[in-house]
Design a protein around this ligand. Structure first.
Ligand code: B12
Length: 452
């Protein structure tokens, strides 16, 4: 078959996009995974030569001799994806799209592309590329959920590893069986959770470096599977990091097995301290949990926690900011993801707020957790924006980072503290300065006129 040159682009925002010849901006810790692109490349038939261009790392060459352009994007980078596609198509290059945003809004996306891949790439691409070669490309390629056994091997040399977080990224599972109303991931995977055969995951992990990140949505959704995976990881003596539900802390055997198999850090969606909010968001697994006790148990197992909190739900008034900060400091969360509630297209939350006429901004570039795009119930949009910025700023003062790092040296592997917790905290300070949160974080006052 005639070789096909395929350039696959990851668009980014003005803030992080590098110009030709420029070095990537910001900490490499905030550039990671690239699994979307690597999986797309791996799903291509053998006669397709893929080049990956990540705009966080290098500039797009609009004069490329590629036969086909692909663009992978979520909601915040849709406008940039469309601008790139329009420019290529004006030069006669065909463009295909894939990722979260085109999956949820294919009719919008197709106005800028020749074909849209709806859902995962693995089943769609062989069909799409056959049609492309025959000149019979269709507008939409829709896939059933992919069977995760025998996924094609990834060629990690397609990315410039030195510009990304110093770890290897792998998926053992996809999706999550929670039904959270704000979550794009569970909507994308049609509320299903799937696993790869443990032997295949272990085979892949064996070929990689010491630090592994399982880029899974909820690694312990199937506890039996998690036990099997963790047990198989023990002899490999890796350090691993992932994301999972807080239930792991209340399953002592599973937690011990995770720690014994090298788990050093978990991203945990605490989401909110308000029980009513958890109920309305359908985050049932968090209901009634003692968050401080959960944190203590994870720390006692030597596991660092990236605590994720979402602000701006209908239960939140301005006192939510100091209360949540108190929890974060008391529990010694090692890192923080504090976000403004963002109704992504495709989620039940988006449909609810849209129906209520509360979404006031549909400029997709603002769907980056750094803008307020809807009308909150118990505070102004400005207060929500500034309150989140305040929490982020207060959490990342130099004094608090110092205290946090000293405290976690008492219960964690020092190598992980010095090579992970410390640079991540410092990296956040830089990122928050660059994206304006540090500035906006000085405006909110916990006892200000808006405070409850
Ligand atoms: C890694 C990651 C990133 C990386 C992206 C690097 C990269 N390109 O890999 C970084 C750190 C840069 C990032 C940033 C952000 N991210 Co992010 N990210 C993720 C994460 C955790 C994993 C992505 C991944 O590797 N998935 C594994 C691959 C295999 O799955 P996949 O992406 O679905 O890819 C498959 C299909 O979609 C399809 N496909 C994808 N692209 C293409 C392209 C073509 C041409 C084709 C044919 C098919 C195809 O095929 C793939 C294989 O089947 C996801 C969550 C998730 N579970 O996906 C969030 C996620 C995508 N991110 C999200 C968000 C909101 C962001 C931010 C905007 C905000 C934030 N702070 O997190 C920022 C933006 C930062 C900025 N510059 O301003 C949201 C997106 C929601 C939405 N609907 O838009 C997600 C879903 C997490 C969430 N909270 O809900 N992110």
């Amino acid at each position: 078959m005639k070789p096909i040159k395929f350039t696959l682009i990851n668009p980014t925002s003005d803030l992080w996009r590098v110009q030709a010849g420029e070095k990537p901006r910001g900490s490499r810790f905030f550039r990671f995974s690239m699994l979307s692109s690597l999986c797309v490349a791996a799903a291509m038939p053998p006669h397709v030569e893929t080049t990956i261009v990540d705009e966080d790392v290098e500039a797009v060459d609009f004069d490329t001799d590629a036969d086909l352009i692909g663009v992978s994007f979520m909601t915040y980078n849709a406008p940039r994806a469309y601008a790139i596609a329009d420019q290529f198509r004006a030069r006669g290059k065909p463009v295909i799209f894939g990722g979260y945003h085109p999956t949820f809004l294919p009719e919008e996306a197709i106005r800028h592309a020749d074909a849209v891949c709806i859902g995962e790439a693995e089943n769609n691409l062989p069909r799409l590329m056959t049609d492309f070669a025959a000149g019979t490309l269709k507008l939409f390629y829709r896939s059933d959920l992919v069977d995760l056994a025998a996924l094609p091997r990834l060629n990690r040399s397609l990315i410039q590893k030195q510009h990304y977080a110093p770890a290897d990224f792998v998926q053992a599972t996809r999706g999550c069986n929670y039904q959270c109303r704000f979550c794009s991931v569970t909507a994308f995977h049609l509320h299903h959770f799937r696993t790869r055969p443990v032997e295949e995951v272990i085979d892949e992990v064996k070929s990689l470096g010491r630090n592994i990140v399982f880029m899974d949505d909820n690694l312990i959704c199937d506890r039996e599977y998690a036990r099997e995976l963790f047990a198989a990881l023990v002899p490999l003596r890796k350090r691993w990091f992932s994301q999972c539900g807080m239930g792991i802390a209340e399953d002592p055997k599973l937690l011990k097995l995770a720690a014994d198999s090298g788990c050093k850090g978990l991203f945990v969606g605490f989401e909110t301290l308000a029980q009513e909010e958890l109920r309305s968001w359908r985050k049932k697994p968090n209901l009634g949990r003692d968050y401080l006790a959960i944190m203590d148990k994870l720390h006692a197992a030597g596991i660092a926690v990236c605590a994720a909190f979402v602000f701006g739900g209908d239960e939140d008034a301005p006192d939510v900011f100091p209360r949540t900060l108190d929890f974060l400091l008391e529990s010694n969360a090692e890192t923080l993801q504090a976000t403004r509630l963002t109704p992504f297209p495709g989620t039940p939350l988006f449909d609810d707020l849209d129906r209520q006429g509360r979404i006031i901004d549909k400029d997709w570039s603002h769907y980056d957790f750094n803008h307020v795009v809807y009308e909150p119930l118990h505070m102004s949009r400005e207060t929500l924006d500034q309150g989140v910025a305040w929490v982020l700023r207060e959490f990342h003062t130099r004094r608090r980072i110092g205290r946090r790092v000293r405290r976690c040296l008492g219960y964690m592997d020092p190598a992980v503290v010095l090579a992970g917790v410390l640079p991540l905290n410092v990296g956040w300070r830089h990122k928050l300065t660059a994206d304006g949160n540090f500035g906006r974080g000085t405006v909110f006052s916990p006892a200000g006129p808006d405070a409850a």
